[in-house]
Design a protein around this ligand. Structure first.
Ligand code: 3SL
Length: 240
């Protein structure tokens, strides 16, 4: 039986190289956008509408939507929330459609949106996501959101974990060095993500903003079982 492909794209700026070859794109922004989206969907938010710009988020807000916006790790003035997963655990958000714009995560989701299937990955939904991917048995691209077009460690580690688990079944193969590198980073870090990422640029950035609680949450695997999926420009809970 022919093996399926799993590859890792380090940043949205590299996406053109991979574009069009994969059935499923998993968008990853561990700190913190895709972790926040998983939390929101797990908490019963009906949908998250990911928009690339603050202006678009504002125009939804002007039309009555609750909207979150983050830039430089902070809530943009005038918005209902930013990018902390904890803001999306609020019971008042259950059943609501909300809008979100973040520096890298929602940008990556929008860049990938022409792929046949786009799902949201993070460490907090890792196990369920891998189980679902194995059931689907299709070609998978893990798209790391990175930081402003640059590589980052935490998204690459999460992508490496997905690639590792799919490859371990013997039903998948990888061709690209980015995928091999991601797998090795995962294997070097998997017993202590928090320690391994101590000196990562985004952990330092968020620590300065006193967001250690968010970092710990986002780096703790398998806290939720949801697989958020992009359907008609909205991220909703996949019924699986
Ligand atoms: O870039 C993003 O999408 C965010 O996750 C960045 S932050 O964690 O809110 O700083």
């Amino acid at each position: 039986m022919e093996k399926k492909l799993v590859e890792v794209c380090f940043t949205p700026d590299d996406y053109d190289y991979f574009k069009g070859r994969f059935d499923i794109v998993v968008v990853i922004d561990v700190l913190r956008a895709t972790s926040a989206i998983c939390s929101a969907i797990d908490n019963g938010v009906s949908s998250v509408i990911p928009v690339p710009t603050v202006e678009e988020a504002k125009s939804y807000q002007d039309n009555g939507y609750l909207a979150g916006a983050e830039r430089q790790g902070q809530i943009v003035d005038g918005f209902d929330f930013g990018n902390s997963p904890y803001s999306y655990m609020n019971p008042k958000l259950k059943g609501k459609d909300i809008v979100l714009s973040t520096t890298n995560g929602t940008r990556a989701i929008n860049i990938a949106k022409d792929a046949p299937t786009v799902v949201i990955g993070s460490l907090i939904n890792l196990e369920s996501l891998v189980k679902w991917l194995l059931k689907e048995n299709k070609n998978v691209l893990c798209l790391c959101s990175g930081w402003k077009g640059n590589f980052n460690l935490e998204d690459t580690i999460c992508a490496g974990a997905i690639a590792h688990d799919l490859l371990a079944t013997g039903k998948y193969s990888s061709d690209d060095d980015s995928s091999v590198a991601a797998k090795y980073l995962y294997l070097s870090s998997r017993h202590n993500y928090f320690g391994f990422l101590k000196s990562s640029s985004h952990r330092r950035r968020l620590k300065k903003l006193k967001l250690n609680k968010d970092i710990k949450y986002c780096l703790t695997p398998n806290q939720v079982n949801v697989i958020p999926i992009l359907q008609n420009d909205k991220i909703v809970k996949l019924d699986n």
